[in-house]
Design a protein around this ligand. Structure first.
Ligand code: ADP
Ligand code: MG
Length: 632
């Protein structure tokens, strides 16, 4: 053919500088683009001639000596005309609007997403100072073509020398991007983006001849091979493909065993612990969606949950955790999702406005809810067994996603201090008579034991809501409930009404008791109530306002302690307690003040640990009381 010189279509001239400027952070996607093009070329061949495509593969060669990175495939190849239309003209169709949009608001949140999306073939210019395409089409009588460009804008096209069907893309890596001549760096990128691609990919390091013999790392002094023919110095180091061409999620669910799922989980997420259970997604209509979502075991009781959802498009990795496609709360799970029709080149506005993306997201949410509600209905015992691990995820999902909440609302469980798991309705049924429209809970079963007993001894179930998420969840349940019929959550030490007893109690000198408590604590405005409590062994309790305490808990969780409000509590003295009766009979002297202080500290201790100073004082005072007892 006659050599052709020219400029790539006008789009490229505008866009190439933007690519170079803005894609600095995630340059490595060029590897994904080059390999996926090779993969596409082989897939195309498969469609026209499946026999010829049977043994096809992609080879990635790292040639440090010549500063070259090569992507070699034996797919369909291109004729000169195809190079003209596919490379010179339309290569930017997908990327153009994306980049224009990106350039408009360059420093905004796009920064995180831009690198995830490929720009097709031209992304190789981010790292190269020269790119060559050597290609021979599979079509009968096709001539080999060579295309070369230094900047992705001006190119030359000449007759090529390639003898076999397929395409070799040779990147002459620029000085600044030398990291891409490092075998391990290339391997890492390949494993990230290409590990599920449908064609085997081999990674090879091409070593200078001399080094091969001596196995010494000679720097630049290796004699240059006589000809350019690569075959002479080729040395295959990795006979095994770096990818799994048929990842588990592409198989039919009925063909997968539990062990398959576990193994896939361990391999893909580098996990050593098995997942709790999983959901295999396999939809063909109205969109193509495959994937596996795993429910991981919580690492530690109060630890956060950190998931990872890898998004693929036709077995090509697109990105982790794209919140437009996967509902945010599902990010707590681990899994792979493959949407075959999902373009590699997408803009954020596409993601946000596209009905297709929204439908995928809704579908995934529905599948997860279906699995959970199905398990609740038919395998309640297993569901209860998983509950301690999955409840933070479910609660988060319910708070985040209305549709999910609607589906899950009857399957939310509350674990009681006695180890039962009750739904809200079951709780109401069991306790409604004694405790109308309320659920009592503990945020720390060990510490709040005395208050818990005041309920459990009367046959009232106390829920354990002791995780960070429960502070929010409790408030969510209150405001999302039926506004006509308000249901409240009360911590065991915030619920005075149900703690008081109907039993006869001696009338005590309330004024005197109040005066003693105020003087003992040094708080003139202390609110003191004298009431008969359900249990006569508890002399005194501090009842803290539920709302104030929740507000402060929230502040602590978010690390905003400067916004906390002063604790608001009432002192409740139990008129059925012998100790309080005795205190009421005493004069207000040293001894009664000593007693009052001790009672106050004991009441506080049953809610939370004492601060260091108070603790020291408490111990000192306890010694004093022990000594007094010894004198009797
Ligand atoms: P896309 O892959 O989305 O079509 P690219 O910019 O990655 O966009 O590639 C542009 C076109 O160049 C491809 O559609 C294909 O026709 C052609 N092409 C690129 N690489 C190869 C290859 N290795 N073999 C055959 N054709 C290729
Ligand atoms: Mg492509």
């Amino acid at each position: 053919m006659e050599p052709i010189q020219g400029n790539v279509s006008i789009d490229a001239q505008n866009i190439m500088p933007i690519i170079k400027k803005w894609l600095y952070s995630d340059k490595d996607i060029f590897i994904r683009e080059a390999v996926s093009n090779g993969c596409d070329a082989i897939t195309k061949l498969r469609m026209v001639d499946s026999a010829a495509a049977a043994g096809c593969s992609i080879r990635v060669e790292v040639d440090k000596e010549h500063k070259e990175l090569r992507f070699i495939d034996d797919g369909v190849g291109m004729t000169a005309d195809e190079v003209k239309t596919n490379i010179n003209q339309v290569a930017f169709s997908g990327a153009k609007s994306f980049l224009e949009e990106y350039a408009k608001n360059e420093d905004q949140e796009n920064a995180g997403i831009i690198g995830h999306f490929g720009l097709g073939f031209y992304s190789v210019f981010m790292v190269s100072d020269k790119v060559t395409i050597d290609t021979l089409s599979f079509r009968e009588g096709a001539e080999p073509v060579r295309w070369e460009s230094e900047d992705g804008m001006a190119f030359t096209m000449t007759a090529g020398e390639r003898k076999e069907r397929g395409t070799t893309i040779t990147l002459h890596i620029s000085e600044a991007e030398a990291e891409f001549l490092d075998l391990w760096r290339v391997r890492e990128v390949l494993e990230r983006y290409c590990s599920f691609m449908s064609v085997p990919i081999y990674l090879t390091e091409i070593k200078p001849e001399k080094e091969e013999e001596a196995t010494v790392t000679g720097e630049g002094d290796a004699p240059k091979a006589a000809e350019d023919g690569e075959a002479a110095q080729e040395k295959k180091e990795e006979p095994k493909p770096i990818n799994d061409t048929q990842p588990l999620y592409t198989r039919a669910p009925q063909d997968c065993t539990d062990e398959d799922y576990k193994q896939f989980y361990r391999k893909v997420f580098h996990e050593y612990e098995d997942p709790l259970f999983w959901i295999h997604l396999n939809v063909d209509y109205p969109f193509k969606l495959k994937g596996i979502l795993y429910f991981p075991k919580l690492k530690e009781q109060f630890g956060g949950i950190e998931g990872q959802i890898k998004l693929y498009s036709g077995q090509v990795f697109v990105a982790d955790n794209i919140k437009e496609v996967i509902p945010e709360f599902l990010m707590l799970l681990k899994g792979v999702i493959d949407c075959a029709d999902f373009p590699l080149n997408v803009s954020r506005s596409f993601l946000q406005n596209d009905g297709y993306v929204r439908r995928i997201s809704n579908h995934i949410t529905k599948k997860v809810a279906d699995r959970l509600t199905g398990m609740f209905k038919t395998e309640r015992e297993a569901y209860e067994g998983f509950w301690p691990d999955i409840h933070p995820f479910i609660k988060y999902g319910v708070m985040r996603d209305e549709k999910f909440a609607e589906r899950m609302k009857d399957c939310l469980l509350f674990k009681t201090t006695e180890g039962k798991y009750l739904t809200l309705e079951e709780y109401k049924e069991r306790n409604g008579e004694k405790l109308p429209d309320k659920m009592v809970y503990t945020s720390d079963a060990a510490r709040q034991d005395a208050a818990i007993r005041l309920f459990t001894e009367r046959g009232i179930d106390v829920a354990v809501l002791d995780q960070a998420i429960d502070v929010n969840f409790v408030s969510y349940m209150e405001y999302s409930g039926d506004p006509q019929h308000k249901f409240r959550f009360c911590r065991v030490d915030a619920e005075l009404d149900s703690l008081t007893s109907q039993e006869e109690a001696p009338a005590l000198d309330n004024d005197k008791l109040t005066a003693i408590m105020r003087e003992a604590t040094g708080k003139d405005d202390l609110n003191v109530q004298v009431k008969p409590l359900a249990n006569d062994t508890v002399p005194m309790m501090l009842i803290e306002d539920e709302q104030t305490r929740r507000f402060n808990d929230m502040g602590r969780i978010y690390g905003r302690s400067e916004f906390t409000m002063p604790a608001k509590y009432d002192v409740v003295l139990n008129s059925r307690s012998k100790t309080i009766a005795r205190l009421s009979e005493r004069e207000k002297d040293e001894r009664s003040l000593l007693l009052a202080r001790q009672l106050f500290d004991l009441a506080e201790l049953s809610r939370q640990p004492l601060e260091a100073e108070k603790m020291t004082e408490f111990i000192r005072r306890s010694m004093e009381i022990v000594d007094l007892a010894a004198q009797m």
